[in-house]
Design a protein around this ligand. Structure first.
Ligand code: ZN
Length: 79
């Protein structure tokens, strides 16, 4: 008999760095396209890698991503 699938399904929501899942992150458009086509996890500006699901507009903005984007905008305007 084949070994069954391990009954090791943890809930996606953890109290560690999984808390990031409750935020909407800034993601490169190319990453998002690749995810839609191939299911490749996306990498957010803040470095979080995950597979987006659901509607990001339901979540508050990730503070780290928001800061990085603000920095970028400030940088591009300042030069
Ligand atoms: Zn983020």
């Amino acid at each position: 008999m084949q070994a069954p699938v391990e009954p090791d399904q943890r809930p996606d929501v953890s109290h560690g760095d999984g808390d990031h899942d409750r935020f909407a992150h800034y993601v490169n458009k190319r990453d998002l396209e690749r995810f839609r086509r191939k299911g490749t996890p996306v990498t957010a500006l803040c470095g979080k890698r995950w597979k987006p699901d659901g509607d990001p507009s339901r979540y508050p903005m990730c503070p780290t991503c928001a800061e990085l984007v603000a920095d970028r905008i400030a940088g591009s305007l300042g030069s």
